[in-house]
Ligand binder design. Structure first.
Ligand code: ADP
Length: 255
């Protein structure tokens, strides 16, 4: 009977190995599928503006260029297409940079200076919509981090708050360090309903395709935010109500 047991144990072990292997394969396949989806999404997103650019170029060359008004109108569309391509390429580069930034040294950054610099970079968009932006936090506070991962987190959250706010609203950025860094970006913008809140961190997910594309977004911003936060060992939460506004809270541990 000992032999039977022995064989049983071996069978059991073999089955376990098979189980373990098939589990691993599922993960590999999931990863492969995610990469395939990403490539096909990227191709699609790149194709749309390129097709449009070629179409308008051909129409202009075919004679539309003889009418100055048509030329101006077409060139404005073409500029938008080109900017869209630029934004997509920048975000795709950012996604792959994140991987390399894992090995970066940890350096102290002045939080106020960095956040204020980002806000300044969007001064034109803010003024166009008469948005008030406030930064709350100790101006002398530093935080030691991998800047190449930290910067895109703050940049994308601030950019979104500006993009998804209607005229005359307030944006409030708050930071504090206890044993962790807490950074919140709060807006009084369009808000996000709870079903969409689950999905906004996925690559290329947009709540309202037409509106969000119009705003110049690529659908990659929050994916970059989430992936950068994961690489820094932190987490992000969103609280939002449609028509009221959104608050994104980032918590990062000491590295
Ligand atoms: P995008 O480049 O389109 O802005 P993101 O990945 O940054 O893509 O965000 C995904 C979607 O989440 C956006 O298209 C938008 O619908 C929604 N969203 C992100 N931030 C906000 C915000 N502060 N207020 C309202 N909606 C937001």
């Amino acid at each position: 009977s000992e032999r039977v047991l022995d064989i049983d144990a071996r069978l059991f072990n073999e089955q376990r190995q098979i189980l373990v292997m098939s589990y691993d394969m599922t993960q590999v396949r999931q990863l492969e599928k995610m990469q395939q989806d990403f490539v096909s999404n990227v191709s699609h997103e790149l194709k749309t503006p390129v097709t449009s650019l070629i179409g308008f170029t051909e129409t202009l060359l075919d004679g539309a260029k003889d009418d100055p008004e048509t030329t101006t109108a077409f060139l404005q569309i073409m500029e938008k297409d080109a900017k869209r391509l630029q934004a997509l390429i920048q975000d795709i580069i950012q996604l792959s940079k994140g991987q390399q930034a894992l090995d970066d040294p940890v350096q102290p950054v002045f939080l106020y200076e960095l956040l204020n610099q980002i806000a300044e970079n969007y001064a034109t968009q803010r003024k166009a919509k008469d948005l008030t932006l406030t930064i709350n936090g100790d101006p002398d506070l530093t935080w030691s981090t991998k800047v190449a991962l930290f910067y895109p987190i703050a940049k994308n959250l601030i950019e979104n708050a500006i993009k998804y706010s209607p005229e005359g609203k307030k944006i409030t950025i708050t930071y504090a360090v206890t044993d962790v860094l807490t950074l919140t970006v709060a807006d009084e913008g369009f808000g996000i309903d709870s079903d969409d809140q689950q999905r906004i961190f996925e690559r290329f997910y947009r709540v309202d395709k037409a509106r969000d594309r119009q705003s110049g977004g690529t659908g990659l911003g929050l994916a970059i935010v989430k992936e950068s936060i994961e690489k820094l060992g932190g987490k992000i939460e969103v609280q939002s109500h449609p028509g009221v506004g959104s608050t994104f809270t980032v918590i990062l541990p000491v590295l």
